[in-house]
Design a protein around this ligand. Sequence first.
Ligand SMILES: Cc1cc2nc3c(=O)[nH]c(=O)nc-3n(C[C@H](O)[C@H](O)[C@H](O)COP(=O)(O)OP(=O)(O)OC[C@H]3O[C@@H](n4cnc5c(N)ncnc54)[C@H](O)[C@@H]3O)c2cc1C
Length: 478
Amino acid sequence: MRVGIQSEMIRSELEEVVGQDFISVDRIDQLIYSTDWSWMPQMWLDRGQKLMPPDYIVQPGSVEEITAIMEIANKYRIPVIPFGGGSGTQGGALPVYGGIIVDLKRLDKILEIDEKSLTVRAEAGIILSQLEWAVNEKGLMLPHYPASANCATLGGCLAPRGTGTTSTKYGKAEDMVLNMEVVLPTGEIIHTPPVPQHASGPDFFRLFLGAEGTFGIITKATMQLDYLPETRYLRALLFDDLGNALEAGRQIMTKRFDPFVIRLYDPTETLSRIKKILGYELEGAYMVLGFDGDPDLAALQERKALEICTALDARDLGREPGERWWEHRYDFYYPPQSLKLPWMYGTTETITTYDKIENLYWAEKKAVEEGFAEWDARFIGHFSHWFHWGVMLYCRFIIENPPEDPEEALRLHNRVWNTAMTAVLENGGMINEHHGVGLKLARYMRRQYGDAWPFMLRLKKTIDPNGIMNPGKVGFGF
Ligand SMILES: Cc1cc2nc3c(=O)[nH]c(=O)nc-3n(C[C@H](O)[C@H](O)[C@H](O)COP(=O)(O)OP(=O)(O)OC[C@H]3O[C@@H](n4cnc5c(N)ncnc54)[C@H](O)[C@@H]3O)c2cc1C
């Protein structure tokens, strides 16, 4: 943490930019902004340990103010950490080297809704559900529905390449973005081309998707909208065999029957979480299937998908349990059902192609459960975001009685992650699909990218010559 005369000089320069109401160096704010939603800082604080606080917290009101903040940061070589809702689970917004937290939530305006092209242009600090409610009033939707929609910002969803509940039909957040305004680490404000699909040179705008604030700050985005669906059908199925269920999902996707959701729970999660929703126990792999849009088309797609499932020995449980799941789909992420301290837990989500996914699931489960049997480690999972070539596995490890000593707990936590990530990488998976890399997975980037990693490091050096942007994240700037 910076102290003394120079610290006060920087503070007053920042204050000149944002105004005295929008800068803080208060201890309580520093504490609040020293954690996000990841387990590591929460456990650390819970056990009375000190985290690295930011030096300054600023809330700029315009893109020009962000440019001026970047100039100050470059002059004094201070880290700049973009901060949206702070709901990230990977430590991406943690000020591990101190510096300036740039909280973007004042940039929350909706600039234009185009009802002909079905697009919305908004500032990046807007909370996702506020954006959604505004477009709903026009009969439209922005179909990026993460379970954190009430606290995540638009920029915070694009920066780590987030995925929402209806991604199987509508895509990831990055598939819905047409163009962006970005402030580079040098302070320059740039605009990407108006549309992403063209042949006018390389698609450089994708560089900012997944950079998690290490390549600059996304300040505005134009997003693709859809009409609110006329109908929405949900239904539940039960498979005896997880392999058959995965095969059913694969066939539905490769035959392009276009479900908006396929959520497949492994037998362990079926016994625990699904029981909490339904109030009764089911043995097997529970699948929820959803179709929406034009009623005739959705009914046909559902019938075709059901034919696939019954041919693979699924039991059709009907609409009601599927609809009940839809109503309660976010319950697991919030108290009283969410995982909480003092337990140790982590979401080791991954993605791979259909030919590898089942092996990957069993390999990771075995590695975690057998590797940490002395800690009674549990591994649960579901498959939630389906593509034409593969599917995402959202799995969690849970240790109910971790060591009390914070350093020992952190060591165990890192060992479990290491075991899980090794299993993922050895079985053809990516280190994650939608939560981002942040601080937690930074150490696996070299292994994930292999011969392409030096190229990524050179890109970073070119875009951010002084290494001010979010150091320590995504594998950059240690
Ligand atoms: C209960 C719960 C449920 C969740 N469910 C989902 C889910 O279903 N799907 C999903 O994808 N994620 C989910 N998440 C994770 C998290 O909400 C998402 O990653 C979300 O997109 C983060 O948005 P945020 O505004 O809170 O970003 P933050 O946590 O503030 O930041 C995340 C990262 O993005 C960077 N960043 C933030 N804003 C910008 C910007 N404007 N420009 C450049 N960089 C920026 C930050 O520096 C940081 O590295 C969940 C989290 C919680 C707590």
